[in-house]
Write a protein that binds this ligand. Structure first.
Ligand SMILES: CC(=O)[C@@H](O)[C@H](O)COP(=O)(O)O
Length: 260
C-alpha cells in the first residue's frame, strides 16, 4: 500500500480537490466522484454547509460521512480573520479539527501573506487544530511552518486560479528534500501534466480546484487528474532513468551486430 498519511490518517488518493467554481452542486458531486479524491476543501465563507437553512448544501452533494472535509480560509487577509473562520468551521462541523489555513496578501495575486500565515498557524496549532497550510514556495518559510506543528505544507505551483503550472520546480524540490511532513502542491495547476510533474518531483499530493472546475468538461478533467497524479507518483517511486545531456545511447544492443 502506498498511502498518503496526514495527521495520522491514511488516504489512498493523493489528489485533493476544491469544491468551488462548479456550475452547481451536482457537477461538484460528479467531479469529486470521478477524481477519486477523499479530501475536499470547503471555503467556509462561501459555501453553504448548513449556515443557510433551506438552501442547497454541499453536505448533501458531498457527504462528510464519505469524504474528509478540509475547511479553508479562502478570502481571509489577516491572521485574526483566518482564526475566527476556522473556529466557526469547527463549530459548524461538530469539532472537526483538520483544516486548511490560507492567509492571502492581496486580492489581485491571492499570494500568501506568510507573516500573517505564521501568526495564524501558531495560534491554531496551540488551539488543537491540525493545520494544513498554504504557503509560498519559499523553503525557509515552509520549514518554519512545519516546525510550528503544521501537519502538511502546501506550497503554490503558481497563483491561485491562474493555471500557469509549476513555476519553480527547484524550490519545490528543496522543500520536499527538507520536509518531514507531507508536501502538497496547492494552486496554479493548469492541466494533467502539471499534476504529474509535481508528483514526479516527489510531492506527496496535489490540491487543485480551477483546473477541474474551469475545464470544458470538469468531470472528464477530474478523471484525467486522477490518472496524472497516479502516473506521476508511480514514476517517482520507479525512479527516473539518469539524464544523459547531449549524449545519445542506442536502444538496441550493438554487440554481435552483423557486419561488425
Ligand atoms: C481550493 C483551494 O483550497 C485553493 O487553495 C485554491 O483554489 C486552489 O488553487 P487552484 O484553483 O489554482 O487549483
Amino acid at each position: 500500500m502506498d498511502e498518503l498519511i496526514i495527521a495520522g490518517k491514511a488516504y489512498s488518493s493523493r489528489l485533493l480537490i476544491g469544491t468551488g467554481k462548479y456550475k452547481d452542486f451536482d457537477e461538484t458531486r460528479r467531479a469529486v466522484e470521478e477524481s477519486g479524491a477523499q479530501i475536499v476543501t470547503v471555503a467556509i465563507r462561501r459555501t453553504n454547509i448548513g449556515q443557510n437553512a433551506g438552501e442547497p448544501s454541499l453536505l448533501d452533494a458531498v457527504p462528510p460521512s464519505q469524504y474528509t472535509y478540509l475547511p479553508n480560509t479562502a478570502g481571509c487577509y489577516s491572521a485574526d480573520d483566518a482564526i475566527r473562520t476556522l473556529r466557526l468551521a469547527r463549530e459548524l462541523l461538530d469539532g472537526h479539527d483538520l483544516v486548511k489555513l490560507e492567509v492571502l496578501g492581496d486580492p489581485k495575486t491571492l499570494y500568501p501573506n506568510v507573516v500573517e500565515t505564521i501568526k495564524a498557524a501558531e495560534v491554531l496549532v496551540k488551539d488543537g487544530f491540525k493545520v494544513m497550510v498554504y504557503t509560498s514556495d519559499d523553503p525557509i518559510i515552509a520549514k518554519q511552518l512545519e516546525e510550528i506543528g503544521c501537519v502538511a505544507v502546501m506550497p503554490l505551483a503558481s497563483l491561485i486560479g491562474s493555471g500557469m503550472g509549476i513555476l519553480n520546480p527547484w524550490n519545490l524540490q528543496i522543500i520536499i528534500d527538507n520536509a518531514k511532513v507531507p508536501v502538497i502542491v496547492d494552486a496554479g495547476v493548469g492541466t494533467a501534466s502539471d499534476a504529474a510533474i509535481a508528483m514526479e518531483l516527489g510531492c506527496d499530493g496535489v490540491l487543485m480546484n480551477t483546473a477541474i472546475a474551469g475545464a470544458g468538461n470538469p468531470v472528464l478533467m477530474a478523471s484525467a487528474m486522477k490518472k496524472a497524479v497516479q502516473a506521476g507518483r508511480e514514476a517517482f517511486l520507479a525512479g527516473r532513468m539518469p539524464k544523459k545531456l547531449y549524449s545519445a545511447s542506442p536502444s538496441s544492443p550493438t554487440t554481435g551486430m552483423i557486419g561488425k
